[in-house]
Design a protein around this ligand. Structure first.
Ligand code: DC
Length: 231
């Protein structure tokens, strides 16, 4: 199948498997993958290492703002690309719980969002790119040719997340995870800055009962129906 040179924007709720799906799409279609959440996590790590996040969770924007001019965050050449801060690979560090728990005050800053959007625009401008996040189809690439909004039954998501945590040696009950997911859904959809919402022209992918292969087939069928199947 000839895949057109399009931009694919994937947005959706936490723990719906956005990044796993985006990575699969990147590998299967040979598209560049840009993980917007990784960039927010990279800026958060930068703040933490400089001591710019107080014990109360406040970010020192006066110091961060000018420093962002010299902060080189970029994706490496691996497929999918890992995140680098200058020469240093930071892919593992940005996934630590400590970073996850400090990211909220960082991504809420308008100048941080501008910084991240600039990187996404610079790296993603040529097409043949898949990006995932919360506001890609609505704010960052509103002209993306294909927008997908991912969702899944909260209980299914909680089960998946609990299994992931268990595998990482952090067991927790389904009830705890479900409660946390509902809170995050609410916060993501109600926050003041770039709240998560479905773009009008996005196609919903509810993967509650779908395997990765089925999701990939769903995408290929969607592309074929829109751009013609030249298999
Ligand atoms: O997808 P993730 O968990 O790696 O994202 C990290 C955080 O960044 C998450 O709390 C939501 C936020 N985020 C955002 O505000 N906008 C995006 N486009 C992507 C992520």
């Amino acid at each position: 199948m000839n895949i057109p040179d399009i931009t694919i924007a994937i947005d959706g709720y936490s723990s719906t498997g956005k990044s796993s799906f985006a990575k699969l799409v990147s590998r299967e279609l040979g598209f560049l993958y840009l993980d917007s959440g990784a960039l927010y996590r990279g800026v958060t790590l930068f703040c933490m290492e400089n001591g710019w996040i107080s014990a109360a969770g406040e970010v020192d924007g006066m110091l961060l703002r000018p420093a962002l001019k010299g902060l080189d965050l970029h994706f490496g050449k691996e497929i999918p690309g890992h995140l680098y801060m200058g020469e240093r690979e930071i892919e593992k560090e940005i996934r630590l719980m400590e970073v996850s728990s400090h990211v909220i005050p960082v991504f809420a800053l308008a100048f941080v969002r501008e910084y991240v959007d600039e990187i996404l625009h610079r790296e993603g401008n040529g097409g043949r790119v898949v990006m995932d996040g919360r506001d890609i189809g609505t704010t960052v690439f509103p002209n993306a040719e294909l927008k997908i909004f991912m969702t899944a039954d909260p209980l299914v998501r909680a089960r998946r997340r609990a299994a992931e945590l268990e595998a990482k040696g952090m067991p927790s009950t389904i009830e705890e995870v479900l409660e946390n997911l509902k809170e995050r859904d609410y916060m993501d959809s109600h926050r003041a800055v770039s709240p998560l919402k479905q773009a009008q022209d996005a196609v919903v992918l509810d993967n509650s009962d779908m395997t990765f292969q089925q999701q990939m087939q769903w995408l290929l069928d969607l592309i074929a129906s829109r751009w013609g199947n030249s298999r």
